[in-house]
Design a protein around this ligand. Sequence first.
Ligand code: HEM
Length: 311
Amino acid sequence: MKIESQNVTDYPNSNTIFMVWRLVDDPKLKEIFQQLSALVLNLNNSVFNRFPDSRASCVMGIGHNAWKILELPTPLPKELVNFEEIRGDKHTAVSTPGDLHFHLRADDKSIIFDMAIEISKLLTPVAESILEIHGFKYWDDRSILGFVDGTENPHNEDRDFFAKIGDEDLQYKGGSYLFTQKYLHNINAWRSLSVEEQEKVIGRSKENDIEMSDDVKPSNSHIALANIEGENGEELKIVRDNMPFGSPSMGEFGTYFISYASTFSTTKKMLTNMFIGDPPGNHDRILDFSTAVTGTLFFIPTKNMLDDFSG
Ligand code: HEM
């Protein structure tokens, strides 16, 4: 049978809603989860048919505790655990709870707003919403810090290769590991830097998004620490779909970091480099202006699995 993944390799769109829910103990939980799995498949089919050009999709992720509570298949996906915080000398990648994650994308916000309504209607009796973020495309895919975000993401077959589980975990082939962090930025401190200083934090030029050459790129710049290789020098990548969010009048400026990966250990290695540093102590300068207030790992089952879950 053909394995169909959820839309983990879709590109970021103009509008995104992220939602995280915590399940409560309720006798109807399993029955509602069955209906939810069917709803996710239906929402995708429906928008694909009604608005084929909108690049709209809904991706559902499931956390480690939820997998157990819902008695989903065993053994679990090999790397599905509760994310353990990563504590550096100065900054910590915190671990926060989350049972279900929704990543809703479309060019027109109306589409995802209605998807969020349908999901919320179904889940409210058996779950509590613990996060909802409305992200938006900022200029030419810039993060709220003003730098283009997503440039070195994999494309084409590489996108599938780095985002989806392959033969290493046959039972979960086509699935993916989703890791998310909500970051809040100290925008005043960031704005007090000159453009040249900001460029040294990221490792790329601000206006034209050009990578600095290795002889000038600081070793604590974001891209120096996030760019990693495997033991045999092979490239290790993840598919990032970060979105900016914020409320200027309230001084809130944020990045919702979101990544899909065939293996969580790649994402974890990047986080370790950023928060602990490489060598330890040489942490990512971006963290001096960005605080991770959440950190949660989810598993993305294939559409075939959602079909099984729907009973
Ligand atoms: C690159 C922003 C967090 C992994 C970049 C770039 C920007 C950026 C502007 C350069 C352009 C690009 O290639 O995309 C941010 C912001 C973050 C954040 C604003 C949150 C405050 C993270 C985290 C990870 C990560 C938590 C990994 C766990 C990467 C990777 C690259 C990158 C792998 C490409 C490095 C390369 O090969 O050049 N990020 N990022 N980022 N980021 Fe982040």
